[in-house]
Ligand binder design. Structure first.
Ligand SMILES: O=C(O)CCC(=O)C(=O)O
Ligand SMILES: [Fe+2]
Length: 345
């Protein structure tokens, strides 16, 4: 359970810029992560060892979501476009009929190493190849693939630190990286229209309902719109505003299991972006909504995850994630998804 916090801590990743961490740096960072993940479960990471910045990432998201709806729908998962082959990787449109408090469109990629469709027929194929817009209309495929690889390497370094913080050798969890199912997801939350800011009961209007993430950990790039909130132990929603240059990190359910409950997968949600302001806006996204780019760090489908602490049972990751998937809006059966109202940027 998360503790009663009122803001999120900041961890400086500058030491990770060198190829090899010194013993004392490993000890200091793993202690920091151990403390943060057993209290807030969420933190800001600054000075991450990545070759790209926020601006480059969000330029990619803007380029993708500005594509005509028809072109995005060509990349839709089969549940949204039955003639398409992909079931897991690709585009999902907003679903206003199913979930007005979960209004988001997204585009997801996995590892470029999954280049062939597995022979085993399954309703949802977790290790299927990615799909892409054609290169004439979308220039950022190789950039996104590189972002994926760099985020995977960063997450793997953090995993070693988590192993140490649980009293294990740095490579204790390295087998999880085999055929990793990590997902890089571009998300767009459209802005509300005027008058839609509140639900009929006057509670806050959300565009992502409260949930915990399912995997090992999540590395989130968010734009400056704001809206992410994190639940503390007193039941209060604590705002996690944009901190320039930072990545938000949080623990997923799997790591709670592995740590025997020591690490906390904290509930979080996103408030719906405000309608276009009437004054001259400072925000480049004004009226278009919010962009965020979570990277979900995940083990391979067949990976058997054995808890490092406590007496919990081992889980096979593929089974764990398929169980959780039934709660995700983009995997609900729905015939009323929105394929025609995306504004051009
Ligand atoms: O958009 C955000 O800030 C958070 C997204 C999120 O929590 C998720 O996709 O799991
Ligand atoms: Fe999340």
């Amino acid at each position: 359970m998360a503790t009663t916090f009122s803001s999120l801590p900041i961890i400086d990743l500058s030491p990770l810029h060198t190829a090899q961490l010194a013993e004392n740096e490993i000890a200091t960072l793993s202690k920091q992560f151990g403390e943060v993940f057993s209290t807030t479960g969420f933190a800001y990471l600054v000075n991450p060892p990545l070759s790209f910045d926020h601006e480059e990432m969000f330029a990619v998201a803007r380029e993708f979501f500005a594509l005509p709806t028809g072109q995005k729908m060509q990349l839709a998962k089969r549940s949204f476009r039955p003639t398409n082959e992909n079931t897991y990787r690709g585009y999902f449109p907003t679903q206003p009929h199913l979930a007005s408090d979960n209004l988001k469109e997204g585009f997801e990629i996995g590892s470029a190493e999954f280049s062939e469709r597995p022979a085993k027929p399954q309703k949802i194929v977790l290790s299927e190849p990615n799909v892409w817009p054609n290169k004439d209309s979308f220039s950022a495929q190789s950039k996104l693939e590189q972002m994926y690889d760099e985020l995977q390497s960063l997450a793997a370094k953090l995993l070693s630190l988590l192993a140490v913080s649980l009293g294990k050798p740095p490579d204790a969890f390295s087998s999880w990286l085999t055929d990793s199912l990590s997902t890089l997801r571009l998300l767009h939350y459209p802005a509300l229209s005027r008058g839609q800011e509140y639900t009929h009961d006057e509670s806050v209007k959300l565009s992502c309902t409260p949930h915990t993430d399912s995997g090992i950990l999540t590395l989130l790039h968010q734009d400056s719109t704001g809206g992410l909130e994190v639940l503390n132990a007193s039941g209060e929603w604590v705002s996690a505003p944009y901190v320039p240059g930072s990545i938000v990190v949080n623990i997923g359910d799997l790591m709670t299991k592995v740590s025997g409950g020591r690490f906390t997968a904290t509930m979080h949600r996103v408030r719906a972006p405000a309608p276009k302001s009437q004054s001259q806006s400072q925000s480049p996204n004004d009226g278009f909504g919010r962009f965020s780019i979570p990277f979900f760090f995940e083990p391979g489908e067949d990976c058997v995850i054995v808890p490092a602490l406590g007496d919990g049972e081992a889980v096979v990751y593929g089974e764990h994630v398929r169980r959780k998937m039934s709660t995700w809006v983009e995997f609900q059966e729905d015939s009323g998804y929105d394929t025609g109202t995306t504004e051009e940027i």
